[in-house]
Design a protein around this ligand. Structure first.
Ligand code: FAD
Length: 612
């Protein structure tokens, strides 16, 4: 038996990616193509498969390590004849939107179960899951003339985003931003005094925002004659889904009644759920984002596990309401994915919210005590120092989300699901089963609502095109160049396409236009001139000095509302002159985008003369 090194294969244009999960241990028997580790860039996560079968001797990487093509993942005692190397995982181009997972035809063929019973409902398209992906797919398919059934276990449509994600978090973040803004006005001579917070009314306000939107969705489903079936759906065959009807608020209380839906085509949009660390005690003082959004009370000391966007947004809300924050993050910085210079500005503005920012640190244990949740830490890297255990009134687990692919009996329909629960699709959002599509969080990173909606429209159009013989619709594909990311913190941090850190790591030559908001009349008038707007243009020799925009980032108030313009510029292939000569209204924060382009071009007159 040969001992061999299993290495990271070609992962596209990524120079280095972080290990976020180790899926095997010494002594495990692995098959060819079995996932060994999961790595993540700012935009995509991918599983690194084994190129050979055998028994794992030694795992050479740990969570938090950076790996690149050729890094040794583990040593393997190979069994039998060495198997053919597995294909490399699909990897996006630099700064680009990740291609939706691997080509579907690369997935293994799985024998679907045969269902011999009767169906209660029949439809052209079944949509499993009523989140932004699911309802958008259902509505688009209905608008294209198809008979649609949508299955959702909760009482309302809207999924994570509307019910326990994007919308409630933004309702609370808006309130927090107004409280913070009002307190800044003291310096302008206006003092409203300390805010009086009525937490029950605030919670009610958030609930009202949610029900306004979910009520609107229910009405729009009716208008489109989309049939909504409430219950937990699982496939029972390649063309049948069984729904166990649910009631109540948890999405899990079954009534005992069942329905079978027969479909010609299906779109899986079953989303994701928060990762729970296995050693965390089952205690009301330990919550995930859904628990944090329930806003039961404001703790004195709060720990955020995971320094990503969701944790930092919730931390912003709680700290404005009075909590002191600690954050623990395994990587070497908060808000991974965004350029460090942008995050630095956010961090400086937010330093006052935190007692401790524990980087390169992992959480290794937690205990429920009468005083609070006692959490212990360890250094994430060898030789690092670990902070002392601390006691918290509330611990928010925000260490990522895991897809729901393993909970829908996908195999009964012949649909392949990865070890982590993702469903691989091709550029038309088609799974390995040609008549079944998948969209949204369940197909991969980035787990964002706007990505889900765009994928939804593609799947619905392809299906309508195929069923109606419309070649144009049938050729729809998800070919967005970029997907913007936004942290709706204060200030907001938004970025899209190539980042400067990526450009450096990948040796991509860029020309940078960075406009400091200290030169923006509007930002100064608002009393918020800490921001910057940064644009990156192709500066390779082939661009001959007229390079197209490759990426951009903004830190500052309303950054999220402005990043769409940069995304549009990238999609349209604009250069610095196109953007700089587009007349932006004055005085606006949006003007900073035009000025950043002018700075790259050398024609900005709102900053001191640039060095030639
Ligand atoms: P989901 O929204 O997860 O919807 C899936 C639906 O399927 C759920 O309603 C679920 O109940 C249902 N379902 C699952 N399995 C079954 C089954 N077997 N039977 C019946 N029903 C089933 N994204 C942004 O773009 N912007 C943001 O500002 C943002 N903020 C966020 C804040 C928080 C706190 C969180 C947690 C997430 C946030 N997101 C944000 C991410 C966003 O919510 C998700 O990317 C988005 O909801 C994914 O949509 P989806 O349709 O793929 O899945």
């Amino acid at each position: 038996m040969a001992i061999m090194d299993i290495k990271v294969p070609d992962i596209g244009d990524f120079a280095e990616v972080g290990v976020i999960e180790v899926l095997v241990k010494p002594g495990d028997t692995v098959k060819v193509e079995q996932s060994l580790i999961t790595v993540e860039s700012d935009k995509a996560s991918m599983e690194i498969p084994s190129s050979h079968a055998g028994v794992v001797k030694e795992v050479k990487v740990k969570i938090g390590d950076k790996v690149a093509e050729g890094s040794v993942v583990l040593t393997l005692e190979a069994s039998g004849a060495a198997a053919a190397p597995a294909p490399a995982p699909a990897a996006p181009a630099a700064g680009a939107a990740p291609a939706p997972a691997a080509p579907a035809q690369a997935a293994p063929r799985i024998e679907a179960a045969s269902f011999g019973g009767n169906a209660d409902l029949e439809c052209d398209v079944l949509v499993l899951g009523g989140g932004p992906g699911g309802y958008s797919a259902a509505f688009r398919a209905a608008d294209l003339g198809l008979k649609v059934v949508i299955v959702e276990r909760y009482a309302t449509l809207g999924g994570v985003c509307l019910n326990v994600g994007c919308i409630p978090s933004k309702a609370l973040l808006h309130v927090a931003a107004v409280i913070d803004e009002v307190s800044h006005l003291k310096a302008a001579g206006i003092d409203f005094g300390a805010p009086q917070v009525n937490i029950d009314t605030l919670r009610g306000h958030k609930e009202k925002v949610i029900s306004k939107l979910t009520g609107g969705l229910a009405a729009m489903a009716k208008m489109r004659k989309v049939t909504t079936v409430r219950g937990v759906g699982q496939f029972v065959g390649a063309h049948h889904l069984e729904v166990e009807e649910t009631t109540g608020t948890t999405g899990q209380e079954k009534t005992g009644a069942k329905k079978v839906v027969a479909f010609q085509r299906a779109i899986i949009a079953a989303g994701s759920q928060a990762v729970r660390l296995p050693f965390m005690p089952d205690d009301p003082r330990v919550v995930d984002s859904t628990g944090a959004l329930a806003l039961k009370e404001v703790p004195k000391r709060m720990l955020i596990l995971g320094g990503g966007i969701i944790g930092l947004e919730m931390g912003t809300v709680y700290s404005t309401l009075g909590a002191r924050l600690d954050v623990v993050e395994m990587m070497d910085g908060l808000m991974q994915g965004a350029d460090r210079d942008l995050v630095k500005i956010w961090q400086k503005m937010n330093a006052k919210r935190f007692d401790n920012i524990m980087l390169k640190t992992k959480t290794v244990g937690a205990e429920a005590t009468p005083e609070g949740i006692k959490v212990s830490f360890a250094a994430a890297e060898e030789g690092g120092t670990a902070p002392e255990p601390q006691v918290y009134d509330l611990v928010l687990q925000a260490v990522g989300r895991t897809p729901n692919g393993r909970k829908i009996a996908a195999e009964k329909a012949g649909v392949a699901v990865t070890d982590r629960g993702f469903i691989n699709v091709d550029i038309q959002m088609r799974t390995n089963v040609p008549h079944i599509f998948a969209i949204g969080d369940i197909v991969g990173q980035p787990m964002l609502a706007h990505k889900a909606v765009h994928e939804a429209h593609v799947a619905a159009e392809v299906i309508a095109g195929e069923l109606q013989g419309n070649k144009e619709l049938a050729s729809a594909a998800f070919n967005a160049r970029v997907i913007p990311s936004v942290a709706y913190t204060d200030p907001e941090v938004a970025w899209v396409g190539l980042t400067e850190d990526q450009a450096k790591a990948q040796g991509i030559k860029v020309k940078k236009g960075l406009f400091p908001w200290t030169a923006s009349g509007r930002a100064i008038a608002n009393g918020r001139d800490e921001g910057v707007t940064k644009l990156l243009f192709d500066d390779s020799p082939e661009a001959h000095g007229h390079g197209k925009i490759l990426g951009g980032g903004i830190v500052g108030t309303h950054a999220g509302d402005m990043i769409g313009e940069i995304a549009l510029a990238i999609e349209m292939g604009a250069d610095a002159v196109d953007i700089g000569k587009t007349i932006h209204p004055h005085p606006t924060l949006g003007e900073s985008i035009g000025m950043a382009a002018e700075i790259a071009h050398g024609s900005c007159t709102d900053v001191p003369p640039q060095k030639k």
